[in-house]
Design a protein around this ligand. Sequence first.
Ligand code: BG6
Length: 502
Amino acid sequence: MILVIFGASGDLTSRKLIPALFSLKMQNMLPERFAVLGTGRTHFSDDGFREKMKESIHHFSIEESPDHRMIDDFAGCLYYLPMENTLAAEYEKLGNMLNRLNSIYNMGGDYIFYLATPPSLYTVISGNLAKAGLAMQSAGIRRFIIEKPFGYDLKSARELNRILHEIIDESQIYRIDHYLGKETVQNVLVTRFANGIFEPLWNRNYIHRIEITSAESIGVERRGGYYDSAGALRDMVQNHLLQMVGLTAMEPPSSLEPDAIRNEVLKVFQSFQPMKEADVPGQVIKGQYTASKVRGEFIKGYRSEEGIPENSRTETYVAMKFFINNWRWGGVPFYIRTGKRMPTSVTEIVIHFKRTPHYLFQREPGVLASNQLILRIQPDEGILLKFDVKEPGSGFNVKNVNMDFHYSELAHLRAPSAYERLLYGVMTGDSTLFLRDDEVEIAWKFLEPVQSAWVKNSEIKVYGYPAGTWGPDVSGRLFEGCGYTWRYPCKNLADEGEYCEL
Ligand code: BG6
């Protein structure tokens, strides 16, 4: 099998793809005869590319002290072809190179094409591959991996699907959402459907609300050009956050077959209560980080980052409240938020259970409900259940305590990286962890009123928040009249509090 990477000189290849392939090699999970062909506009020789990739493995591999000989051995299967991938004529060169590799390794011509390029090139590259006769499945395996963002809005995603479907079959397309490759995201399904104690409570009768946070302490780094045209809604909400909502809210699938799971996620997306443009200001909060000092260090505001216009209105923070109109979830609010330059990097799903109908005891001040189940995606991966116990002493004073499981306790088990799982999935033709055309489109459809209200209604504010804080205060407005607010998670699963890391 040959993995062809378009955009091989980019960050994704060195930070994620090559280290993940190296890990697969270490686990003996690569095909016996296997080569990687990097392509891109930058000129590298095969050896130059190998040296650069060896450095990436040293920097970014999750393997503990990777062995030099193993790295050299792996690097031997890396090749590079400088090419202008927008030009159809260049694909003859690519075809010749693939033939050469097939004969060196005595392979039968099975290819995976990884499009790690700007989205505008997805249809161009696929079209050129098809014209060169390289996309036809009858000649061998032909799978296409497409990175996010898949489209820019509903219209462009539909158009992208339409063009791709003219060139290749849906079964050849593997749309990436790397969150689906995370162990802890998959564990949402196991927690829900392997344990008899949770499922009976997993509905509107016992659950008060669901909260999903994906916070990052980093800013936009060197991705200003891309980020300013995307913003947090496209970069995180349309994909990673909605997928987590899908897995948390879905019905039990009939099996673990890819379509059985994806059909259930699709049904959740189809049940989103449609938002009206007029509701957007009340249901969706848009924020952008401003300059600040965090732990003594000066942090630039978003508008002063490289590649960002000084009057940019792009959001680096989104918080929203919405409902799912079905029997399981009718009336249960879902609160989701994501942002850059938050106090810490943490992703978690919090299930807030309803209060008991009549509370007999003296409660700790400020604690409104006793029971929360927290599915921690990262870091300090694990599960935390919060419940009330009697405080020792006279009377019936109650204390809210934690019962927690940390994945680090399974120290003997190695957790593969998301890209490792995803690449392995494509190699084995398992599309469970990839997005289907209808899923992507419906996720965009749900967000369409938000995108359109933000464009049309200049009254909608982009609220500033100082870097290193939990986003604009005004996001608390989503809870108006409820008497509760966001959970403020810390790096350690068991701790919480707005300022606990400072
Ligand atoms: C990517 C976004 O999809 O996910 C980035 O483009 C974001 O902006 C990243 O930083 C977060 O991924 P993770 O795995 O670090 O939570």
